[in-house]
Design a protein around this ligand. Sequence first.
Ligand SMILES: *Cc1c(COP(=O)(O)O)cnc(C)c1O
Length: 247
Amino acid sequence: MTDSSATVRPDRRAELAAGLVQVRARIADACAGAGRDPADVTMIAVTKTYPAGDVLALAGLGVTDMGENRDQEAAGKAAEVAAADVRPRWHFIGQLQRNKARSVVRYADVVHSVDSVRLARALGNAAAERERPLDALVQVSIDGDPARGGALPDSADEGVGLEAVAAAVADAPALRLAGLMAVAPLGWPPERAFARLAEVAEAFRTLHPGATALSAGMSGDLEIAIRYGATHVRVGSALLGMRPTLR
Ligand SMILES: *Cc1c(COP(=O)(O)O)cnc(C)c1O
């Protein structure tokens, strides 16, 4: 590749390798403490704000799953990475507007942020043009504050109630209902947040036995999320460094 953004300097590669060793050790320790098999926890490298070269370097270090939260940035980065013949699993983890569904289904393997019936339908229609189904996780609001996104557990709301959203995903032939995702609400101790999430997830799996994925935990709280059953942790800053802007 001639594009300099898709190359990485040796010192950056060494930095990423060091971050990876640390994060993998944290995940292994947390799994040991929780009596869980580390093979059951997928680390998603959240590469937002970082260039395609970092994705290629991480892929070269054995990272198979990458996360992005903005369609415009992710679409370009995924194309650059694909042009280098590298094909990670792309996880879309950010708030998603319905008018971006058509773009996201072109590169994403998993969308973690399905939080309304309308979004589920838009994604389902867009994904119908794909060859293989799109894995969809329903994002759950742990504190019930609809402003920050997330479907509402224990709510019969026909637009954003958890069961209504799950049903809309399950009804879309091009989507596969894979599980749940959440972010610990600001101001909540992660312990309390993930304990609550674990309850919601357990009840959810009795209704949807195939929906076993639980996407929870980030750089600051991945150990606690693993203790409460996370199958996917989304790790940005601990792996790639502090981002210049908070997002
Ligand atoms: C940015 C982001 C992450 C990663 O956050 P870090 O604290 O940098 O690990 C995880 N999940 C979501 C939804 C994000 O937007």
